[in-house]
Design a protein around this ligand. Structure first.
Ligand SMILES: [Mn+2]
Length: 254
């Protein structure tokens, strides 16, 4: 929020600003280590432009890489989790998706210490399916954190209560995470939600409780799925029936 970083930190055109951004990040690493964690989440939503020609896209990604390398060098124990989003506050972010960041990770000095934190709404903002994004990162052994929430189409980053907009999309995420025992290796399930602004204070606090409640109600539905039936429908390529079966489960009519 410091005005010096209005045009981004480590992708800013001014080398002094990039230096300051790195110094501040090193301090954040020190604080994280003092708190007993080695996981550092990068949320590079200001690393982009409002005007395409405001920054050199090739140079910006090179600065991004130098920044990650400098942090990996600074502390040999930390793990970096990129929480990527395609836009907001900037019009267009560099490395807008988890896939972009994982490609970047492979070019760092220690790819083993670079992974992702996937947020449902960020995937939706990129017009991607959150559960597929999670599957992609899971397959590469890189899903080190998740922020569950919801998003009503392509608008600002809404951080709505998990499952409140599209329960089926929420169901798909839980189905995948539960199937692969997500959390067994100490990964956290975060709920990155924000209050609707036009309520009084007390009511505004319910978004976290209900995100968790929705998660638990959907988990129950996920675990009620008849896996043999699902496999049979897959084998028969009867996807209308599969869709209908899951819709019935979601509506409590099965
Ligand atoms: Mn988030």
């Amino acid at each position: 929020m410091d005005p010096v970083f209005a045009d981004g930190g480590f992708t800013a055109n001014d080398p002094k600003v990039r230096e300051q951004a790195l110094a501040r990040s090193k301090r954040a690493v020190d604080i994280a280590r003092a708190l007993g964690t080695e996981r550092i989440v990068i949320w590079p939503a200001r690393e982009g432009t409002y005007c395409r020609e405001a920054k050199d896209a090739k140079l910006a990604v090179e600065h991004f890489l130098e920044y990650i390398n400098a942090l990996l060098e600074y502390d040999k124990e930390i793990k970096i989790l990129g929480e990527m989003k395609p836009n907001e506050p900037m019009d267009s972010c560099f490395a807008p998706t988890a896939g972009h960041f994982l490609a970047l990770a492979e070019s760092t000095i220690d790819p083993r210490r670079v992974g992702v934190l996937l947020e449902s709404a960020h995937a939706v903002l990129a017009n991607l399916e959150p559960s597929d994004e999670m599957g992609f990162a899971l397959a590469l052994g890189k899903l080190w954190g998740i922020h569950l929430n919801d998003q009503n189409n392509l608008k600002f980053d809404q951080d709505k209560t998990f499952g409140s907009v599209n329960p089926r999309r929420a169901f798909s995420q839980i189905y995948l995470l539960d199937k692969y025992n997500y959390g067994q290796n100490g990964e956290y399930v975060g709920l990155d939600v924000k209050a609707m602004r036009t309520q009084d204070y007390e009511n505004s606090l319910k978004h976290l409780i209900y995100s968790k409640e929705n998660f638990l109600m959907l988990l129950e539905k996920v675990r009620s799925v008849d896996e043999a039936k699902l496999e049979e429908l897959r084998a028969n390529r009867d996807y209308e029936e599969l869709d209908f079966y899951l819709t019935k489960i979601l509506l409590g009519c099965d």
